[in-house]
Design a protein around this ligand. Structure first.
Ligand SMILES: *Cc1c(COP(=O)(O)O)cnc(C)c1O
Length: 366
């Protein structure tokens, strides 16, 4: 059993993917060009924004997005302390200051009720991060942001394909970014990412920033970077895109089975009102995590912890001056959370085995 079965996915679409790769190889054009334009059009259509800018990764998308928002040294950017590290890394690389707001215990994403208290005169942006496949509460986040005239950047690396009140992840704020890292809901075979916006000026500047800040060749208007997606990766994503809807349906079926069978013994994922969930990961919480994971290991069931340590407790970010106890919900969740296999091709026999093993681990603890 695989935690996420990428090999199975490739085998299922091998003809389409091989053909797409071969077309790029035969074209002789490996940077920008046809597949990049086609992918950007297809993604913008799917997400419902007027612009999509493909990039070299989710992290680079975040860096470009923060530059688009003109984040300067000393500016404060609000975000949660419990996440994959990329957003915080990008804020710090621009010499701005991450200001953390604790997470909501039910969904593990930014607690919008605590957001307003963190806003100061130095606040320049809010990064709202999706985790595990669902979005934070943008109704509240966007309302507070507009009260203070602040832009909102959505890190939708884990929620491509999800929606809130019918609005797709990527399209719900000033700027949305996502990642096509292989294990994400829509993944390529290397690194890739995208930025979404309805703002024409931001889109044009983003296109320039990803090619060394040059809107046209040898005209460097901004200090940019090499932030392009490989044409090969764009072709692979285009080949995989038509299957995404069905894959998400299958993920939901697996999640439903886990929910029904595990909700008495564990804290199962809570889908917030108005949200659709794409289950990029399936997470459970228990005070007995250590023992449970030992049991899963014994039974040879793959598992993971996303994330075992909050960012404010990471060595590289201690200089920010936060300490244990500052974000009690994030700290508790990081102590109790764990993930079990989640992908569209799990068989009933496999999910049964996961459930049986988890239930027996609880019996041993009791
Ligand atoms: C994966 C991920 C990223 C980074 O994406 P890369 O493409 O790996 O750079 C950023 N934020 C979150 C929340 C992620 O899960």
């Amino acid at each position: 059993m695989e935690f996420i079965d990428l090999k199975q996915q490739y085998c299922n679409y091998q003809n389409e993917i091989d053909r797409a790769i071969k077309d790029v190889l035969m074209s002789g054009h490996y940077i920008m060009g046809g597949a990049i334009n086609d992918l950007e059009e297809a993604l913008a259509r799917q997400v419902g924004t007027s612009h999509c800018i493909s990039t070299s990764s989710g992290t680079d998308s975040l860096l470009i997005a923060l530059q688009l928002l003109n984040i300067q040294p000393g500016d404060e950017v609000i975000c949660p302390p419990y996440t994959w590290v990329s957003p915080i890394e990008c804020i710090v690389r621009l010499k701005a200051k991450p200001v953390f707001v604790d997470i909501d215990p039910n969904t593990c994403v930014l607690d919008a009720n605590q957001l307003e208290d963190a806003i100061t005169e130095k606040t320049k942006a809010i990064i709202a991060i999706s985790l595990y496949g669902q979005m934070p509460d943008f109704r509240k986040i966007n309302a507070i942001a507009s009260k203070y005239n602040l832009p909102v950047l959505e890190d939708g690396a884990q929620s491509f394909g999800a929606a809130q009140d019918g609005i797709a992840s990527g399209a719900i704020s000033t700027l949305g970014v996502t990642s096509f890292f292989p294990t994400k809901v829509l993944g390529c075979y290397g690194d890739g990412g995208a930025i979404f916006t309805n703002n024409h000026d931001l889109a044009e500047k983003a296109k320039a920033l990803r090619v060394h800040g040059a809107p046209e060749r040898y005209n460097h208007q901004y200090v940019g970077m090499n932030g392009r997606m490989d044409t090969l990766q764009a072709a692979i994503l285009l080949a995989k895109l038509p299957f995404l809807k069905d894959e998400i349906e299958k993920r939901r079926e697996v999640a439903y089975f886990y929910d029904q069978n595990l909700k008495d013994e564990f804290i199962t994922p809570n889908v917030a009102q108005g949200n659709t969930h794409v289950y990029s990961l399936y997470v459970l919480q228990s005070e007995h995590r250590l023992k449970i994971l030992q049991e899963l290991k014994q039974a040879d069931i793959p598992h993971g912890i996303y994330y075992p340590i909050c960012i404010h407790e990471q060595p590289a970010y201690r200089f920010l001056g936060y300490k244990r106890g500052d974000f009690p919900v994030a700290e508790r969740v990081s102590d109790q959370i764990f993930s079990i296999p989640m992908h569209p091709w799990l068989t009933e026999e496999q999910t049964d085995r996961v459930v049986t093993s988890l239930k027996s681990s609880i019996l041993q603890i009791a």
